[in-house]
Design a protein around this ligand. Structure first.
Ligand SMILES: [Zn+2]
Ligand SMILES: [Zn+2]
Length: 148
């Protein structure tokens, strides 16, 4: 299998590689993401269950934190949780901020993984002046807020 992307926690002890491109990639403005990350919105990529391979050493096995719908995989050293898995679909959810960077600090192959829409934009705490579609809630099934 070919590794397309690599990623890690903030200290690098917990690491993984990705063998597939994301199923989808978006910016999420929902209140859960805002509160969990202390951020005005987050970037999230979803990958199929077969896309991820852990690459850390045995002593850096992540701590698994089970929440209602998802499990967070947390680094034992820096406590960052770069990988989330949804129980129902087994899909992986990863923020592009955890992907490998080039010497200038830019995400490698950003064009392949960058978000293509904003979801839960109805709950935004910051207006974003880009040209991406903006959905009030879930994509395609809620009202588009950027079209007139
Ligand atoms: Zn770490
Ligand atoms: Zn969210």
């Amino acid at each position: 299998m070919t590794t397309l992307m690599k990623g890690s926690c903030s200290c690098g002890a917990l690491s993984f590689s990705l063998q597939e491109k994301p199923l989808f990639s978006m910016y999420c403005h929902c209140t859960k993401c805002q509160r969990a990350h202390g951020a005005v919105f987050v970037a999230a990529m979803h990958f199929s269950p077969s896309a991820l391979t852990w690459t850390h050493t045995a002593e850096n096995e992540p701590l698994e934190e089970k929440l209602t719908r998802v499990a967070l995989y947390r680094c034992k050293q820096c406590h960052c949780s770069p990988v989330t898995q949804i129980f129902a679909s087994k899909n992986w959810v990863i923020s592009p901020v955890h992907l490998e960077r080039d010497a200038d600090g830019n995400i490698i192959d950003w064009e392949d993984v960058k978000p293509t829409c904003h979801i839960w934009y109805g709950n935004r705490v910051l207006d974003v002046a880009d040209s991406l579609p903006k959905w009030e809630g879930f994509p395609r099934t809620s009202t588009r807020l950027d079209s007139d």
